[in-house]
Every structure is written in C-alpha cells, then in structure tokens.
Design a binder for this molecule. Structure first.
Ligand code: ADP
Ligand code: MG
Length: 259
C-alpha cells in the first residue's frame, strides 16, 4: 500500500477502497471488418489488483488493453471506469488516468529523457515546468535512472528505455497501468530490471493489467491470472490455481508450451 492509499482508506472507516471495482468490462465485442477479435469479454478489476493476462498470440490481449485505453473503438458491450462508461470521458483525461506501456517503448526519439517525461503533464495537465521537472526526477530515481535524465533514447539499453517509458506513464499519476508485453522485446539479461520496477509498482498499490509470458512475475505478484483465447476469457483464477491446476484443456496446452 502506498502512503496515498493508506491515507485515503483511513478517511473511509469501512475501508471499501480495497474492494472497489475500478474497471468493469461487460460483453466487450471488437471486430476488425468481419474478423471478431473480442467475442464478449467480461472482466472486473478491483482497485489495487494486479492482473496478469496470458493466452495464445492473436487471441485479443493487445486489442483488449487498447480498447480500455480508447486506442481502439469497439462494436459491442461496455467498459466502465469508476462506474462511468469510458465513452463519457474526454480521451485525454481517460489516458491520464490509465497509463500504458508497450512492447516497443514508444519514446519520442528526438527528445531526451527529461523532455519525454514532462511533455504530457505540461501539455495535457498544464503542470508548471519546474514542478514537472521535480516530479520527473523523483520518478527517474524510483526506476533507477536519474543519471540518464539528459540522455536520448538511442543512448539507452532496451531495459533502460522501458523503465523510462514506465516513469513517463507515471508522470500523469494514473490510477491504472496497462502493460502490453513490456519485456518481450528485451534481451534476456534486461528483463529482470524492468520486472523489478513493475513489482515495486504493484506492491505500492497500483492497479495493473499486465499482458506477459513471464510466469515468475505472475506467480510473485498477480492477484489473478486471466487466460484469453480466441477473444474470450477462457479461464481465470489465482496464480496457484491457474498455473498448478488449470481446469480447461486449452489453458493446460498453452501453459505446457510456454513453461
Ligand atoms: P494478441 O495481443 O493476443 O496477440 P491481438 O489483440 O494483437 O492479439 O490481435 C487479435 C486479432 O486481431 C489477431 O487476429 C490480429 O491479427 C487482429 N488485429 C489486431 N489489430 C488489427 C488491426 N489493426 N487490423 C486488423 N486486424 C487486427
Ligand atoms: Mg499482443
């Protein structure tokens, strides 16, 4: 629990915070032309939960995250953030509340690390530059990269780029973080440093949806694992259950291939 969450729940004597549903997805349907990629996804995420999403390539995991962040339109169903349909939010406000980290880092190559971090808060939130710089320094120390504040993305390793991308997303004080295979493009020896940052974030009380094949991470920090195949939630449960005793044949086959 972060200090912030502790203070917040202290105000509320019933501590309903920990049980609060922050994202609710009902019957989500997404098509690309005739191809139905999400075929009725249902999912509820509690505040502070870390959910790991697994499943075969092409099953719709990225599309699901992109719908939550309004990077994709969808054709059926609803997504609620804090009980409000996401279509009611201004898209910039929504993306400020839901940060996203991609496989391919997506840093602005012509900007140094500091400028990558302060761009969105100064533009979207009108944060004064000196305040943004101060915040950037705090977050860069948190991901262990304060000494790279003036570096350009091309001067960084993949692991460093991804840690900068996480710090950049945190600049907006998101309530939820979406990670789409954040370590898949990394050399194996750089995976750990990124997972460590994500573990700390999860332990600080951040609500996280993480698409990953890192089952060690899932075992350590996931509250639930969701197995998505062919556009539906095929199976879900705590890591112990899903990893040790999956009920569905498809889940078993998938795990056998990746473990
Ligand atoms: P996953 O992340 O689980 O590998 P995706 O969500 O990326 O799966 O893709 C699900 C399906 O949607 C795949 O068949 C993919 O080819 C298709 N798809 C994804 N993006 C597009 C797009 N922009 N246009 C057409 N088809 C797409
Ligand atoms: Mg994907």
């Amino acid at each position: 629990m972060s200090v912030f969450n502790t203070v917040e729940s202290g105000v509320n004597q019933f501590n309903e915070n920990s049980e609060k549903i922050i994202i609710k997805i009902e019957n989500l349907v997404k098509r690309f032309g005739k191809l139905e990629v999400l075929r009725g996804i249902n999912l509820q995420v509690k505040k502070g939960e870390t959910i790991v999403i697994i499943g075969p390539s092409g099953g719709g995991k990225s599309t699901l995250l992109r719908c939550i962040n309004k990077l994709e339109e969808y054709q059926g169903g609803q997504i609620y953030l804090d009980g409000v349909d996401i279509n009611e939010y201004d898209v910039n406000q929504l993306r400020a509340r839901i940060g996203m980290v991609f496989q391919q880092f997506n840093l602005f190559p012509h900007m140094n690390v500091l400028d990558n971090l302060i761009l969105a808060p100064t533009k979207v939130k009108n944060m004064p530059r000196d305040e943004a710089v101060k915040k950037a320094k705090v977050l860069l120390s948190r991901v262990g990269l304060l000494d790279k504040i003036e570096a350009y993305p091309e001067q960084l390793s993949g692991g460093q780029k991804q840690r900068v991308a996480i710090a950049r997303a945190l600049m907006m004080d998101p309530e939820i973080m979406l990670f789409d295979e954040p370590t898949s493009a990394l050399d194996p020896e750089l995976v750990g440093e990124v997972l460590d940052v994500m573990k700390n974030l999860a332990r600080s009380g951040m609500t996280m949806l993480v698409v990953t094949h890192e089952m060690g991470f899932a075992r350590d920090v996931a509250d639930r694992i969701i197995f998505i195949s062919e556009g539906v939630v095929e199976e879900e449960g705590p890591p112990d259950e899903i990893l040790k005793n999956p009920k569905k044949q498809r889940t078993r086959e998938f795990l056998r291939r990746i473990l």
